[in-house]
Design a protein around this ligand. Sequence first.
Ligand SMILES: C[S@@+](CC[C@H](N)C(=O)[O-])C[C@H]1O[C@@H](n2cnc3c(N)ncnc32)[C@H](O)[C@@H]1O
Length: 286
Amino acid sequence: MTETSQLLQYADMQRTFYEREAKRDPEQQVVGCYDYHENVPYETNLLYLYGDIRKPIFTDFGNRTAFDFACGEGRMVRRMRRFFDKVDGADLSETMIDLARKRTPGSDFWVTDGMSTGAAPSAAYDFCYCTISMQHICVFETRDRILRDMCRILKPDGQITLQYLYSRAYPALPVTPVRSVSPDHSVQLFRNDKHHAKWFENKTDAVSTNSDCDVVIGPGELEIVYNYFRLYFELVDFWFYDISIGRDGLGQTRILPHIHPNSHISDEYHGTHFVYIHCAGKKYGG
Ligand SMILES: C[S@@+](CC[C@H](N)C(=O)[O-])C[C@H]1O[C@@H](n2cnc3c(N)ncnc32)[C@H](O)[C@@H]1O
């Protein structure tokens, strides 16, 4: 069991990091590759089962409310307001929340302690979502507290979709490109990752965040992740969005334009997919 003091220490580290970077450049330092993320069709993957527009998670979005966990300066709140009646958000960085308030009038925002949704009201939201933020929390118990608090703010029939990072061979990470060694054979060298966190790890002593120490899901962990979410929800489903296509680096030539939704950063980036974890029918939190 991780001590609360260790969780607070991790939250402090995250807060110090995000406050510093938010003051430097809230778009590029915090969101990172802002233009890239603005090109990714997050809405389709957050609001439609399997990212399929024939399968909306609600038959109507118009009279419903949504909550953006770790909303940053409000980028996805503004995008999601095109669907929902109201979208609110929370973040552990006060600087990001100040910006969100200025840039997104009409929404309510809260500063959090890094382990919750802050002072967001209970049983108030039809939908709770997260983009490029839960993946940066390398402490399982922090994410678990946040999920419980999401259950608190959800209406009884509320739903969630949370985006995490998936890496095709994790915990093995490629260190060389694929090399041809004979007309019929190729080799690639992998190393076992010790830097990022597996699902149940609690890396409270991480010294940095925002890609410097993430939680990464690999194929061998899908079942335990599924079983974990089933503790809180009757229905759990996953779908994947490929961000590994057409990158440059490691001796390959980039085949897609630099800002392209399927081609995140460079070949050296270990993440191969965004995995969307969708849950409905909450069993916890009233
Ligand atoms: C990469 S930015 C993404 C912002 C926004 N979700 C988006 O898609 O534009 C990560 C954000 O997560 C917030 N964050 C990271 N860890 C958090 C935590 N433990 N609790 C609340 N917010 C957190 C950061 O302050 C930062 O604004």
